[in-house]
Ligand binder design. Structure first.
Ligand code: ZN
Length: 228
């Protein structure tokens, strides 16, 4: 007897996933009503990785997950231990994403690695490929007190320390109280502060430039020009 034939793929790991066909049929359906399906990542003979899941309505659904299993496993080497956290509600074992309707659940493993604060809606450029859809036509500033309240809530959540805070927008350097905000941020237990900027205001505003130079051991300027 020949026995069972070998598979021509290799299972990388088991996952749960959604069905894209179900989604396209009812894109507005609340996530809590969307079925989570059993599935796996599978590497084929050419080294591509596929996401395979079984849908009761649409059968086996297979979509490309990564073009190279080698690159995927290399990237997965770049992991670091995450931090322990306290759940908001003990006994909350709901599946992602509806678990977050009741805060952080017991199975939460991620913490605030980089806290992102968008402080300004507008920008002094209008790049067509801007991922924030920002432009000079937009106006909107987050008040300093609101930014700080959010940061303080996250610091409390992270047990008294944030490793990295990224300030972005829009273009954060056109926020009219940026220096006041940075002064207040630097009084807080935050190790490193990044400013995500296109740099135009730095070329025009000597006071801001001197301020950033003075605090360069703690504040890092992150160039954010989106090239055309
Ligand atoms: Zn389906």
């Amino acid at each position: 007897m020949p026995g069972m034939p070998l598979r021509d793929d290799r299972v990388v790991r088991y996952v749960s996933a959604y069905c894209p066909h179900c989604h396209h049929e009812q894109p507005e359906r609340p996530l809590s009503e969307v079925r989570r399906l059993a599935g796996y990542l599978s590497a084929d003979a050419e080294g591509r990785v596929w996401l395979v899941r079984g849908c009761p309505d649409h059968g086996m659904v297979r979509t490309l997950y990564d073009e190279s299993a080698t690159i995927l496993s290399y990237l997965e080497e770049w992991t670091a231990p995450t931090k322990r956290h306290t759940p908001d509600l003990f006994g909350n074992f709901d599946a992602v994403p509806q678990v977050y309707l009741r805060g952080l659940g017991e199975l939460q493993t991620q913490h605030t690695c980089i806290l992102l604060e968008d402080i300004e809606l507008g920008c002094n450029l209008c790049c067509p490929n801007c991922f924030a859809s920002s432009s000079p036509d937009l106006r909107g500033v987050v008040p300093v007190a609101a930014v700080l309240a959010n940061i303080d809530a996250r610091i409390a959540r992270e047990n008294g320390r944030i490793d990295v805070l990224m300030i972005s927008g829009g273009e954060p350097t056109i926020h009219p109280q940026l220096i006041d905000l940075l002064d207040a941020i630097m009084e807080r237990p935050i190790v490193r502060i990044l400013i995500n900027t296109n740099g135009i205001e730095l070329a025009r505003n000597d006071r801001l430039l001197a301020y950033l130079q003075r605090h360069r051991k703690r504040i890092e300027v992150l160039p954010a020009i989106r090239r055309l």
